[in-house]
Write a protein that binds this ligand. Structure first.
Ligand code: G3H
Ligand code: 13P
Ligand code: ZN
Length: 330
């Protein structure tokens, strides 16, 4: 067992308190390799932002649990070397079993999500409470979820949103003891969050997806005032990246994300953690496709992973400054 404290990581409790008070959100960026970690740390150090490095169960299998522990410790040391000791959380994204959460805690995670949102309410409460009881012994923070996002989450596919019911949140939070709650108000995972027929067009012909359900968010905030809320599925799917991918041989169709102004509005509320994965995937893929197409003679991975890492860093910096408002808050 290694404590996250020995690795120089922090849990999310104090970060969320400050974020709610300061009306911004902490970035939760998914990662599974060295270049992504470097881009996240460089961006957050340059913009002086706290950060949540998050790892899905699939990403953990891909990268290996032991290597991840050292990558996270490497992130802490790398930030210091770059000149800023920013707060870094290592978080399990969409944990689905008690055993997975326990194993992550044993390998140095400072925060875990137990996602029981696909279970019936009582089972979700029971599973979440079991994880909280274990995690809190080690001062590890826990995120639970109520409501189901449309789209694909690991192996689970949901056709429609099941919005979080504000009537349930108080009971769920008090029975489970969770430290934060992920909710469903219209975001979804992946790069195809809306069908074009669900969208309208503005005067410039830009597709505008249906707005998030801020009425539900407000009703939730009234039930549990000041409690940390999390938004999953919050990539904006930049059309510039989609166009580069398709220009260089990709086949992305109807890729539509959450408009940035919606996320800025959410970040000013009790939403204090915003999850972004797909936008990073798009930025890396666009840079690599462009490198392959414009330099067919390249075969050293550093030649295409280098520009991909640079593009990722620019994307993250943009999020910190213009979307989440976490720049300058480390
Ligand atoms: O919520 C899902 C995240 O984007 C992680 O995706 O399970 O493919 O690593 P993944
Ligand atoms: P996106 O697919 O919108 O990036 O969402 C990521 C996420 O919610 C990870 O848990
Ligand atoms: Zn998610």
């Amino acid at each position: 067992m290694v404590s996250y404290k020995e690795l120089g990581l922090v849990n999310s409790r104090e970060l969320f308190k400050k974020a709610i008070k300061g009306q911004y959100a902490i970035p939760a960026f998914n990662f599974n390799n060295m270049e992504q970690m470097q881009a996240i740390v460089q961006a957050c150090v340059e913009e002086s932002s706290p950060v949540i490095l998050q790892v899905s169960s699939g990403a953990r299998k891909y990268a290996n649990q032991t290597i991840l522990r050292y990558l996270a410790q490497g992130a802490v040391e790398y930030a210091k070397e770059l000149g800023k000791n920013i707060p870094i959380v290592l978080h399990l994204d969409h944990g689905d079993t008690f055993d997975l959460c326990k194993s992550c805690i044993e390998y140095g995670f400072s925060s875990v999500m137990i996602d029981g949102s696909h279970h019936p309410y009582d089972k979700n409460v029971e599973l979440t409470r079991q994880v909280v009881e274990y995690a809190h012994k080690y001062d590890v923070t826990v995120e639970g979820e109520l409501g189901v996002l449309a789209g694909i989450e690991d192996d689970v596919v949901a056709e429609h949103h099941t919005y979080t019911q504000p009537e349930e949140v108080e009971d769920f939070v008090s029975k489970t003891g969770v430290d934060s709650l992920a909710i469903s108000i219209g975001t979804s995972h992946g790069a195809n969050k809306f069908k074009p027929e669900q969208c309208t067009r503005n005067a410039d012909g830009v597709l505008l997806p249906p707005p998030l359900r801020f009425d539900i968010l407000e009703a939730i905030e009234k039930k549990i005032p000041g409690f940390p809320i999390v938004l999953h599925g919050s990539s904006s799917v930049p059309q510039k990246q989609v166009a580069i991918i398709n220009q260089y041989g990709g086949k992305l169709k109807d890729a539509i994300g959450i408009p940035e102004d919606q996320l800025r509005k959410a970040a000013k509320s009790a939403v204090c953690k915003i999850n972004i994965d797909s936008d990073g995937r798009l930025a890396m893929t666009a840079a690599i496709r462009e490198a392959f197409a414009t330099h067919p003679e390249w075969f050293d991975p550093r030649q295409y992973l280098g520009p991909a890492r640079e593009s990722l860093k620019e994307l993250y910096k943009h999020k910190l400054v213009h979307v989440l408002g976490s720049a300058g808050k480390a």
